[in-house]
Design a protein around this ligand. Structure first.
Ligand SMILES: Nc1ncnc2c1ncn2[C@@H]1O[C@H](COP(=O)(O)OP(=O)(O)OP(=O)(O)O)[C@@H](O)[C@H]1O
Ligand SMILES: [Mg+2]
Length: 265
């Protein structure tokens, strides 16, 4: 029964999306600046995408669009995340860029920082993927435009964990927790903004939004990790999952004891 209701809901959503879409086509062109439009044309010319078809989400620092590309006679859905220069909180994002040895030579002008932010997400997606963490498959990154696998169907994004109907929260918790461990152990990354808002659910949890994720060498990596673990424990314990204590969870991720010097975050 739940499944049927779910499908029905999605159908309504899709109808709404389609109606919005014709407006959105114009919006995309009106919203992006000339430089971004040029980057999009470049990607179209190189065959990465055929066109942008609709808006998936408009956030404070980025907009996510649905695009498609025809490959080997099949139409593939893509997500195109465009980072906005105008509304970016540079003071906030600088914390995550500074201290990351991969980006120690970044220039401090607005555009360089936004481009770095996009590239950081692209590289982090690759690292996460290599560590066996389910993330949208990264495809290409040019300037402030990041192209990746679309999680969802027909331009309708998968629900976020926050809104998803999860039948077996225990096993979803285990998977998400395992992803935190894999990120830490194999990718040497801390997500740094992990919560039920940055995990999509499409048959399985999919971790998204990794532009702020930092290497373990970042001076605040431990603080970010504790915050991530806290969020995950809080969310799943709210769903009735018997979660470990913060100390135990921290030990499982890092193999080390939690030192109580990090209450501030
Ligand atoms: N690969 C993807 N496939 C489908 N939908 C996606 C994808 N990536 C992002 N989205 C959608 O776009 C939304 C925002 O993406 P993301 O969290 O990466 O950006 P953000 O900059 O944090 O935006 P916000 O400020 O709205 O959180 C997601 O909640 C999701 O609905
Ligand atoms: Mg987000």
């Amino acid at each position: 029964m739940d499944k049927r209701v779910d499908r029905f809901d999605r159908k309504i959503d899709r109808g709404r999306m389609k109606r919005k879409m014709s407006e959105d086509l114009e919006t995309v062109q009106a919203v992006v600046d000339k430089r971004t439009a040029m980057i999009l044309y470049g990607l179209i010319n190189r065959g990465y995408l055929d066109g942008v078809k609709g808006v998936v989400s408009s956030g404070k620092e980025s907009n996510v669009y649905w695009a498609t590309v025809e490959k080997w006679g099949e139409t593939r859905d893509l997500a195109v995340k465009i980072f906005r220069t105008s509304t970016m909180d540079f003071k906030h994002i600088w914390v995550y860029i500074q201290g990351d040895p991969r980006f120690s030579r970044v220039k401090r002008d607005t555009r360089s920082i936004v481009y770095t932010w996009a590239e950081k997400e692209f590289k982090n997606l690759r690292l996460a993927e290599g560590a066996g963490v389910r993330v949208p498959k990264p495809i290409v990154c040019r300037g402030n435009v990041l192209v990746m696998e679309f999680i969802g169907e027909d331009g309708v994004a998968a629900p976020r964990l926050k809104e998803a109907e999860v039948e077996d929260p225990e096993s979803v918790f285990e998977i998400v927790f395992d992803y935190v461990v894999r990120l830490y152990e194999k990718a040497e990354l801390v997500h740094a903004d992990l919560s039920e808002y940055n995990v999509l659910f499409w048959d399985e949890p999919v971790i998204i939004d990794v532009s702020q994720a930092v290497l373990l060498s970042h001076p605040l990596a431990v603080e970010f990790l504790i915050r991530d673990i806290r969020n995950v424990l809080r969310y799943f314990s709210g769903l009735g999952v018997n979660v470990p204590s913060l100390e135990e969870a921290y030990r499982r991720v890092t193999g080390e004891e939690l030192e109580w010097r990090t209450e501030s975050l």
